[in-house]
Design a protein around this ligand. Sequence first.
Ligand SMILES: *Cc1c(COP(=O)(O)O)cnc(C)c1O
Length: 391
Amino acid sequence: MSDSDYKLETLAVRAGIERSQFNEHSEALYLTSSFVFKNAAEAAARFSGQIPGNIYARFTNPTVTAFQERLAVLEGAESCVATASGMSAILSTVMGLLSAGDHVIASSSLFGASVQLFSGIMTRFGIETTFVSQTDVGAWRAAVKPNTKLMFAETPSNPLTELCDIAALSQIARQAGALLAVDNCFCTPILQRPLDLGADIVIHSATKYLDGQGRVLGGAVLGRKEVTDPVYAFLRTAGPTMSAFNAWIFLKGMETLKLRMEAYSISALELALWLEQQPQVERVYYPGLPSHPQYALAKQQQKTGGGIVAFDVKGGKDAAWKVVDSTRMISITANLGDTKTTITHPATTTHGRITQEQRAAAGIGDGLLRVAVGLEAVSDIQGDLARGLKS
Ligand SMILES: *Cc1c(COP(=O)(O)O)cnc(C)c1O
């Protein structure tokens, strides 16, 4: 099925299906680590690449291939490589495309493990990263060096929902002769398609919204084949490949992706507007709110605001913890993208290991809370939060 023929919701349900001899209706789950050959000549031809086909599940597996094809058409990508987790998607991108001596520009608001990968591990391999403000296009431009090979953004950011201007960054990348990668975990292709806006690479943690029910880990790297081929070459050698079982879970999750992203966006906006009215709430961060500083960019770049809402409560950590501890339904956990609403206090969990000064610079105060809205009734989510917001 080609991208241009069908709408996204149709592709989410139908793309990537290749039926076996049994003509199963639902996608088959191929739990096999290797594949057999008719004879020695066929084995030789497969290994040499003379004839295409599956050899070993670290290289390819039909269920994983179906996942790759479905996500590729949703993102409008020529090629998709599936990985064992979101972080292994980022690691494989770096290992496939960069070498010692290369320079990276990354947003300082990236997912915590991504910051650690670039600021810690990659420096041991001679890859240097300059971190810049998510929203400051001029800072990205000023950070370009002759050896800049990769620009890495994530929009909207976690937990403050700050946006990167993907089209503007892609121009800077083009002029610099660098590749622009966008972690599209929060929006998914339903709300935002970075490749259409000029990005070269899209990264996913499939663990979040693509699964949608908090069950398994997975990731993906998408883009032109010339960009994903070296990523795949690293992956099939080094081994952080997606399991067939997880691919099958993601195929099922993607079928309801559009419905879920739309429902999350409607509920999150309603929740954000309600939070703005609460006397105990100092500020609400949500790209779908007219009060968001980048509301105009959000309207242009994303279909809707998505499912993540953050807010500052008056009274710092004690007041924030009171909201968390007063919930009876909402799950106290750092995961997101689930049907179940989750709440996190970033300053003492996801961002607990950086210093107070780094947190202040990132705008993460002690009173900040992040809610990843689920599919429950908004009134129930509000009721659960209202208990702890009473003075
Ligand atoms: C969770 C997450 C990751 C890492 O994904 P894993 O599947 O946990 O490895 C990367 N980027 C973003 C934005 C995330 O939320």
